[in-house]
Ligand binder design. Sequence first.
Ligand code: HEC
Ligand code: HEC
Ligand code: HEC
Ligand code: HEC
Ligand code: HEC
Ligand code: HEC
Ligand code: HEC
Ligand code: HEC
Ligand code: HEC
Ligand code: HEC
Length: 287
Amino acid sequence: MILSATTRRPLLQFSLRWLGVLALVLASVGLLTAARPAGQEKDAETCGTCHEDAVKAFALKPHAQIGDKSCTSCHGSAEKHVEGEGKGGIFAFGSSDLPTDKSAKCLTCHSKDNPQYGASPHAKAALDCTTCHSVHGDTGPALLKTGVNKNCSVCHQDVFAQFQTNERHRLQEGVMTCTTCHDPHEPATRTRLAGFKQEECIRCHTDKGGPFLYEHEASRIEGCTSCHEVHGSNNRHMLTHQSTADLCFSCHAEAPSSHQFFSSQDTNCVTCHATIHGSNLSKRFLK
Ligand code: HEC
Ligand code: HEC
Ligand code: HEC
Ligand code: HEC
Ligand code: HEC
Ligand code: HEC
Ligand code: HEC
Ligand code: HEC
Ligand code: HEC
Ligand code: HEC
């Protein structure tokens, strides 16, 4: 049949419209598949033949975002494993794998977040990322096997005990966590704390940071911890000594002669030296 120009046009429009609909359908199918990144699709298919449950559960985990090579980016090239029906040939983060090898896998992507992990006390103590994080398991925020405080306290029980003393930071009440002050991934200041000094404390206790015209050098040079326990203690205001005078005498062996009758039992030095953290008015922290 030969179609005239006038009849041909509507037919063309008709098929164009259907092409449009078809394109829309294709696009939405495309969108649906795009929600699952292409790589996940490929690994999910390969691994899913035998690990169906693991693949399904994984789709809801943050690492599904990896997209390309969503399984093999951690488990390594799996060709032998796939061929050999599961007998070895895969990096499985097992107990016989070296901690440094395990962490290295994670650090291929996370080295920006944790650039110095290798030098941290945790890495040095042979902890790897999976000691605290679980990729597949039931986890809370940040893929932690337990809540932050519990995670740390399993190993640092002595520290946790300090948070159960009378004078303490309110950790259990949720005012802060261990990671408010420590970064478990880092060696420097906040972890090893050699350079901790005042900065982390002043973040919250702004009034203690000055600047003061007359600084108490103890605070500036040796830091808040020269007088305070940081986690908690049974002494008032978390001081390192039960008697304030003993604390002062630990550095000021020689108090002025005007003080000769002050005993460490009866004298609370800060009744007179009231601005013990620093002052703008008194060189001797008297006001
Ligand atoms: C971000 C790294 C990472 C990715 C991505 C990953 N895994 Fe794992 N996988 C691990 C780690 C670490 C373990 C060791 C157990 C643990 O810490 O959860 C493990 C353990 C396993 C195990 C053995 C233990 C078990 O749970 O039975 C299987 C099977 C497994 N993974 C399959 C997969 C599959 C399939 C995928 C892709 C859908 C995948 N993994 C993606 C890190 C990863
Ligand atoms: C042909 C089937 C098959 C395929 C495909 C397959 N696996 Fe496995 N996989 C197994 C079997 C079988 C085991 C051993 C399971 C057991 O012992 O419970 C296993 C174990 C594992 C383990 C744990 C090894 C260990 O030593 O504990 C990991 C991790 C793993 N597979 C990851 C993967 C990943 C990632 C893929 C995709 C790249 C994959 N598997 C593809 C069959 C397969
Ligand atoms: C191929 C890259 C890649 C590898 C390898 C990798 N990750 Fe990730 N990781 C990601 C991406 C992408 C995210 C999600 C986006 C984000 O939070 O930055 C993520 C998120 C995380 C998170 C944060 C989750 C959250 O809820 O905030 C943790 C914890 C984590 N990964 C730990 C690990 C550990 C442990 C390993 C090694 C077993 C590992 N990752 C290996 C790419 C990777
Ligand atoms: C000693 C336990 C521990 C170890 C070991 C550890 N982490 Fe973490 N990680 C944590 C805790 C706790 C958090 C939550 C931090 C918070 O609440 O601020 C976290 C958070 C994270 C996050 C989320 C982003 C962030 O920084 O808050 C990533 C990503 C991460 N860790 C990756 C890793 C990698 C990679 C390794 C190994 C190189 C590793 N972690 C080793 C305890 C650990
Ligand atoms: C699996 C056990 C384990 C877990 C979990 C753990 N640590 Fe550690 N931590 C250690 C070991 C071992 C050391 C090194 C030896 C030491 O100094 O006690 C260490 C060292 C430290 C140090 C340095 C101590 C020093 O004297 O330099 C700090 C700070 C620290 N951990 C904080 C944390 C925090 C915060 C968490 C939780 C996010 C945590 N740890 C979780 C085992 C653990
Ligand atoms: C308010 C901030 C803060 C919080 C919260 C905190 N720490 Fe500390 N932590 C410090 C400071 C500061 C030091 C250094 C003390 C010093 O130099 O005398 C320290 C020292 C440590 C040390 C090494 C010395 C020691 O006492 O063994 C470990 C381990 C430690 N903290 C673990 C933890 C754990 C685990 C938690 C949570 C249960 C926690 N910290 C919560 C500030 C904090
Ligand atoms: C995240 C905020 C925060 C950080 C960081 C912090 N503190 Fe505190 N601190 C508090 C709060 C809030 C209280 C009040 C305790 C309460 O909840 O009753 C407190 C209480 C105290 C007290 C006891 C006050 C009293 O009246 O007895 C001392 C001493 C103290 N902190 C010292 C420190 C030192 C030293 C550091 C640094 C290692 C530090 N704080 C870091 C929030 C913080
Ligand atoms: C030279 C010893 C010394 C140093 C160093 C020191 N403090 Fe104190 N701090 C004290 C004494 C003593 C008290 C008790 C004062 C009182 O009884 O009125 C106290 C009390 C406190 C209190 C509770 C009472 C209040 O005034 O809010 C906080 C909080 C505190 N200090 C935080 C800090 C912080 C943060 C640092 C570091 C910037 C620091 N201190 C450094 C000796 C010190
Ligand atoms: C960790 C050591 C340390 C502790 C503890 C300490 N001080 Fe000081 N204090 C110093 C240093 C260092 C100076 C600077 C002048 C010096 O070298 O004597 C100073 C200066 C002073 C001054 C100024 C007068 C002067 O000699 O320049 C007074 C007053 C003073 N301290 C009182 C106290 C009192 C009261 C306490 C107890 C609450 C106390 N100090 C605890 C180290 C300490
Ligand atoms: C009754 C108030 C009062 C009490 C309590 C008190 N002081 Fe003083 N302190 C002063 C006065 C006033 C000065 C300055 C005049 C002087 O040197 O006698 C001073 C000065 C000092 C100085 C600086 C001396 C110098 O060389 O500049 C130190 C150090 C000191 N006191 C330590 C202490 C210690 C430690 C205690 C607790 C055992 C204490 N004071 C208790 C009032 C007091």
